[in-house]
Design a protein around this ligand. Structure first.
Ligand code: SP5
Ligand code: ZN
Length: 348
């Protein structure tokens, strides 16, 4: 049977080609590439899914979850980098930060004047590069996620936002982890008129940006299952089980190597915990799959199907927002398994 839920899409994702990432000071090929979204689109097209173009959203869709200073910076970062001549001298063709307002500086950080330093005011890592089309693509990804939320507000039982770049590592004030604007958070903010919203993040990495955005917000509960940052994995500094904010935040870190059994048990726990909510946003990373180059979890395609069934059984109005997943041969099939599972769980 064809996938029933609407799939929201924008071609503008292609304008973002990060051109690699700077890791331990070295520019290496990145895995968050334009082909990712196209691979997912192809798998869903083959499954008979219906695609809808994203509707342009007003700036309030972003400003619900991000400070204006971050939005203003991202929208002009490439232009100011280029105007400063940095692509020719020293020859850096992407915005790459080099110095950061570390708390150890011991005084409140001022906004730096130099474009090279301004990058580090807003970025928290060196891996999340900005090029000429990054802003347009990140802005379009918000349009995709919020359009999916609008479809659910209008009565669709579920909708899938096929967006990139991903978003769950972007906080209210800072970007990183291949993420610029938090698409999942923007979708959740749009659903608030339905009542309490639950976000369940099943990307292999902790959704630190989403957690931070809603940390003081009693109406949005945020749960995440991910590889244990304490075992050496991104985002390293946060994502631990003791970050609970009196029960409205729930982190379930898993040991590297964890497969279907441990991962699905965690998702069952998150689903039970989410039940009082009136709407659900799933941050769908398919990088927990065995074989993904960015994570040591070993979930199977059947595991993604089962995860969809567990969350579909909640029968909450549901927006699924694409996050990570980097094994180009596998990601389309994994997304299809999960979305099919959602429909099976909701229908059965
Ligand atoms: C959205 C999402 O899944 N973001 C994941 C970002 C994790 N990136 C961490 C990269 C850590 C360094 N990788 C270097 C690989 C060298 N083989
Ligand atoms: Zn991830």
């Amino acid at each position: 049977m064809a996938l029933a839920m609407p799939v929201v899409w924008s071609d503008r994702h292609r304008q973002h080609d990060p051109g690699g990432e700077v890791w331990v000071g070295i520019r290496i090929p990145g895995t968050e590439v334009p082909e990712r979204a196209d691979r997912i689109r192809d798998a869903l097209t083959a499954a008979g899914a219906q695609f809808f173009g994203a509707a342009r959203q007003r700036d309030d869709a972003l400003l619900a979850v991000h400070d204006r200073a971050l939005v203003d910076y991202l929208s002009t970062a490439w232009d100011e980098w280029e105007q400063a001549g940095l692509p020719t001298e020293p020859g850096q063709d992407r915005v790459v930060p080099y110095v950061f307002p570390h708390p150890g500086l011991g005084a409140p950080a001022a906004m730096p004047a130099a474009p090279s330093a301004r990058a580090g005011y807003f970025a928290y890592d060196t891996m999340t590069l900005i090029g000429p089309g990054t802003w347009e693509a990140a802005r379009a990804a918000i349009d995709v996620a919020v359009t999916a939320a609008q479809l659910v507000l209008a009565g669709a039982p579920a909708a899938y936002a096929c967006c990139r770049p991903p978003g769950h590592h972007a906080t209210r004030t800072a970007f990183g982890g291949s993420c610029y604007l938090n698409n999942t958070a923007a979708a959740a903010a749009r659903l608030r008129s339905m009542g309490e919203v639950a976000i369940i993040d099943i990307d292999a990495h902790h959704g630190n940006g989403t957690q931070a955005i809603f940390y003081d917000d009693a109406d949005v509960r945020v749960g995440s299952v991910h590889v244990d940052p304490g075992a050496g994995w991104f985002p390293h500094f946060v994502g631990f089980a003791n970050e609970t904010r009196h029960g409205a935040n729930r982190n379930i870190p898993l040991a590297p190597g964890t497969g279907d059994d441990g991962w699905l048990k965690a998702i069952e726990d998150l689903a039970t915990w989410a039940r009082p909510a009136r709407a659900l946003v799933v941050a769908l990373g398919v990088d927990a799959a065995a074989g993904d180059p960015e994570s040591p979890l070993t979930v199977s395609a059947a595991g993604y199907r089962a995860a969809g069934r567990i969350l579909g059984r909640l029968r909450l109005p549901t927006v699924v927002v694409q996050e990570g997943g980097y094994d180009l041969e596998a990601i389309g099939g994994l997304v299809l398994e999960f979305l099919t599972g959602i429909e099976e769980g909701a229908g059965g």
